[in-house]
Design a protein around this ligand. Structure first.
Ligand SMILES: [Zn+2]
Length: 192
């Protein structure tokens, strides 16, 4: 069955590229059981790539899209482990390392009219650079001890970084899931 997307672009973008990629596939927060995928949407891919300054020759490249799809489910698994305090298995750690190192960096020293300049050079294709950067952003969240959470609405799969000082943020978006769950709780209480 083909389900209409709520829209090609998300209401909220994330604090890291891995979160935006992960959240491009999500469950209906109302609990209908529908899942949605923005990755096949050309407008989403372009906006995502632009937002994180990723330059690829063809955002519609089939292999590139497949790479992102595979990375997406892997990174969700990784960050769900991390956010719930479960350690990554050795094979997950190994894969994350290899994703991070898909486009090894080297510094080049050049000399021109303006003097010397250091620039970063990547090995690999433009898609390698993109996927390595996205994977690195997930590894950074973990190494920096970021508070990564899944929305407290059990029907919602949205992942976000809680940047509040007391780390008390619970919802992907208060006006989407916070009010919905509060209304349900309120209704349930009235039926007691
Ligand atoms: Zn939510």
């Amino acid at each position: 069955m083909v389900v209409d997307l709520p829209g090609p672009l998300p209401r909220d973008w994330g604090a890291a590229p891995c979160l935006d990629l992960i959240n491009s596939h999500w469950n209906d927060h109302l609990g209908s059981g529908e899942t949605y995928d923005r990755l096949p949407e050309p407008r989403f891919r372009r906006a995502f790539l632009k937002r994180w300054h990723y330059a690829v020759a063809d955002p519609d490249n089939v292999a590139g899209r497949a790479r992102l799809r595979s990375l997406r489910s892997f990174l969700r698994d990784v960050l769900e482990h991390y956010s719930s305090g479960r350690p990554l298995s050795p094979s997950m750690r190994k894969r994350l390392e290899s994703e991070v190192n898909r486009a090894a960096m080297a510094l080049r020293l050049s000399h021109g009219a303006a003097g010397y300049a250091l620039s970063v050079e990547h090995s690999g294709t433009a898609w390698d650079v993109v996927s390595a950067d996205i994977a690195t952003s997930a590894a950074r969240l973990m190494t920096e001890g970021a508070s990564v959470k899944v929305c407290a609405n059990p029907d919602c799969t949205w992942m976000f970084m809680d940047e509040t000082k007391p780390r008390t943020r619970r919802w992907c978006n208060v006006s989407v899931c916070g009010s919905l769950v509060n209304v349900r709780r309120h209704r349930a209480a009235r039926h007691d």
